[in-house]
Design a protein around this ligand. Structure first.
Ligand SMILES: [Mg+2]
Length: 189
């Protein structure tokens, strides 16, 4: 089955990385599925982008938590579709509401609910203003051009680990700096 092949490939990709995000957050419209759900009827049978399900399964298997941040004005249709697709229970937080902010309030709620710090999250979305606003919060944020696929996953994990290692370097620099200043302080006494 196609989903299994994608899942295996995603598992292999993830095994190349030493650090993984604790939480991966997805937009819905044009990120997980190729339409605006407000333009559809609840009676429709939706489908995801071809790689989306395999990637979701692989993340779940690796113990990475999943969440949704969507500004859809029709959360009832979005929820019905998530149920029909059999993936609703996969998401530990589902923030689906329209908002004037570019999802910064969605992420505040996700952080409150999950307790995961922003710098341990990875986010996929198809709108650059959301990417810009959320990355300023410290979330590694990836703009998708054609839905979530293997390329986007690889890019996301790469940027996430780069961000993590620069955070580590800064922490180390700070530790060295405070050690130096405390030891020079004792010398002076
Ligand atoms: Mg979208």
């Amino acid at each position: 089955m196609g989903d299994d092949r994608v899942k295996n490939e995603a598992m292999e990709t993830m095994s190349l990385f030493q650090v993984l995000p604790r939480l991966v957050v997805f937009d819905l419209d044009y990120t997980l599925w190729p339409f605006y759900c407000e333009c559809r009827s609840k009676r429709d049978m939706p489908s995801l982008y071809p790689n989306a399900k395999g990637i979701i399964y692989a993340l779940k298997d690796k113990g990475v938590d999943l969440a949704i941040a969507s500004r859809s004005p029709t959360p009832d249709i979005a929820n019905t579709f998530l149920q029909k697709l059999g993936i609703k229970s996969f998401f530990v937080a589902q923030e689906i509401f329209s908002s004037w902010t570019h999802k910064t309030d969605h992420f505040q709620k996700i952080k409150q609910k999950t307790g995961v710090p922003y710098n341990e999250m990875l986010f996929f979305d198809d709108e650059d203003r959301n990417i810009e606003a959320v990355s300023k919060m410290g979330v590694t944020s990836i703009l998708v051009g054609n839905g979530v696929n293997m390329g986007a996953l690889r890019q996301g994990l790469t940027e996430f680990s780069q961000n993590q290692s620069s955070l580590e370097k800064n922490k180390q620099r700070w530790r060295n700096f405070s050690q130096k200043s405390s030891s020079s302080g004792t010398e002076e006494q």
